[in-house]
Ligand binder design. Structure first.
Ligand code: NAP
Ligand code: MG
Length: 477
């Protein structure tokens, strides 16, 4: 029977897009002194809004507002009172979750299925979790004295979730913040600013300054910022580490990754295939902890690859607002260009490239789910972060070979292990140099669990009790 696909798009009418947005400073939306830029929907290239670009004077105004709010209000308020604001924000996020999810998918290109079922619920969970800590800091072991003003710079892959990871612990500990969202995804941060107004958060506790790399630099360099928290590329992370060296500012960096997803021959193959797909095609592979290197035990490699290819053939690529979409749009033309270039290098280096047949929309930025087989350790696609829906497949024979290959990377953010043997899981978890090791699952995020990297994947931990250390004076004792 002939079957025609019937799309199931989520309505975007719930989102009230404004033609232009100002900066959120001291509880108000204000015009910036600088110019402005457009943010687009990467799925259609439609211009969504014009957004202010904060210059040095705007950043200075935001830092001053944050300092005032810190000294006069927020650091003096009992933790139990700060908690009420955080709980209120968490509940408003739940109430407005559909609006947030639609806006996130529009501006970022990620499937609504993910923004609705993963990003936004985990965002609310973070605020609930850290609200709970606000009046219990003396039990966390890092003292109760906040650092002051936190300058926070975040990327485009999880715009609202990265905001929550940064803002919730900072506020719970009594700090105030100046946050810059990524240039390509500013809209949910601006909606979050409206939520702060709705929650009656005292002016200046949260300030959102939109802009590009220069705005981020101005935040990092501002002399009255006490702490810098950054998530993004290793290259910019290193530049930030250099910029704050010797200033006395505290810094946490959450950078890139090149995670190994390791499948042993006794693993339940179908579950492992789901984990591999989730590991690399979730969020178009724009995930710092993506399982971008599949290490599969030689004896099951052929069978696993066959099943993986069959499963990849069922992935639906297209309209992020369609509720059936599995893989959405690549976030920007620049990111698409990077993915294309590195994939072409993979082919030139002799790896076998494969994608399932899939029609890509004419407009917007798209890349099909792709695997490379016959990849060697020396290949650039095995060493560099591609940050797209591209999986490199390598094989191994013994656990020690798997460990050696998995650790042979400048990164150390995450890893996955698939086996039925508990003893092997424990052995691998100890041997892998990665901040997070998932066993028989992948990409599980929970606010109670610390997340962060070894080596060039960064420094410091976000989430859990450990996440408080980054925002308290006793955190580095
Ligand atoms: P990026 O340049 O590191 O951007 C991250 C954030 O830093 C953005 O808000 C960015 O602003 C800002 N920024 C840029 N230059 C800065 C500077 N000199 N000082 C302070 N802030 C600065 O990352 P990207 O260009 O979006 O992506 C490049 C690569 O980074 C990707 O291909 C991927 O490999 C990696 N990446 C990793 C993560 C992660 O979660 N680990 C996230 C995103 C990207 P603008 O966005 O306005 O430029
Ligand atoms: Mg955008």
């Amino acid at each position: 029977m002939d079957f025609t696909y019937a799309p199931a798009p989520e309505s975007r009418s719930i989102v009230d897009l404004k033609a232009s947005y100002g900066l959120f400073i001291s509880g108000q939306f204000v015009d910036g002194h600088g110019s402005s830029f457009k943010t687009i929907s990467p799925a259609t290239e439609e211009v969504l809004a014009e957004v202010a670009e904060a210059d040095d004077a705007d950043v200075d105004a935001a830092v001053k507002a944050a300092r005032r709010a810190h000294t006069r209000v927020w650091s003096r308020m009992p933790g139990s009172e700060r908690a009420k604001y955080l709980y209120r924000i968490a509940r408003i996020i739940q109430e407005r979750s559909r609006e947030l999810a639609v806006l996130e998918s529009l501006d970022n290109g990620k499937p609504i299925k993910e923004s609705r079922d993963v990003d936004v619920p985990v965002v609310a969970a973070h605020f609930f979790y850290y609200a709970g800590w606000a009046d219990k800091l003396e039990h966390a072991g890092f003292g109760t004295t906040p650092l002051g003003v936190a300058g926070q710079v975040i990327p485009w892959n999880f715009p609202l979730l990265m905001l929550a990871w940064k803002v919730a612990p900072a506020l719970a500990c009594g700090n105030t913040v100046v946050l810059k969202p990524a240039e390509t995804t500013p809209l949910t941060a601006l909606l979050f600013a409206e939520i702060c107004q709705q929650a009656d958060l005292p002016p200046g506790v949260v300030n959102i300054v939109t802009g590009a790399g220069g705005t981020g630099q101005a935040i990092v360099a501002h002399p009255d910022v006490d702490k810098v928290a950054f998530t993004g590329s290793t290259e910019v992370g290193k530049a930030i580490a250099r910029a704050v060296a010797g200033t006395g500012k505290k810094v946490t960096l959450e950078l890139g990754g090149k995670a190994a997803n390791i499948v042993f021959d006794d693993a339940p193959i179908d579950q492992a295939v789901e984990g591999i797909v989730n590991g690399i095609f979730f969020n178009q592979g724009h995930v710092c902890c993506a399982g971008s290197r599949l290490l599969v035990q030689e004896s099951v490699a052929d069978e696993l690859l066959e099943r993986l290819k069959r499963r990849m053939g069922t992935l639906r690529v297209g309209d992020p607002l369609d509720k059936n979409t599995d893989v959405g749009a690549i976030n920007s033309a620049a990111q698409l260009q990077r993915i294309r270039e590195l994939s072409d290098v993979g082919e030139a280096e002799g790896a076998g490239r494969w994608s399932p047949p899939c029609e890509l929309p004419d407009r917007g930025f798209w890349f099909p789910p792709t695997i490379f087989t016959g990849v060697s350790q020396a290949h650039r696609i095995a060493r560099e972060e591609i940050f797209g829906p591209v999986l490199s497949v390598l094989t191994f024979r013994t656990p020690s070979e798997a460990v050696e290959k998995a650790n042979n990377t400048p990164y150390g953010l995450s890893a996955g292990v698939w086996t039925e043997k508990g003893s092997l899981i424990l052995h691998m978890a100890g041997a892998l140099k990665a901040g997070v090791v998932w066993a028989n699952t992948f990409n599980k995020f929970d606010p109670t669990s610390p997340f962060g990297g070894y080596k060039e994947s960064g420094q410091g931990r976000e989430g859990g009790r450990h996440g408080l250390a980054a925002y308290l004076k006793g955190g580095d004792l």
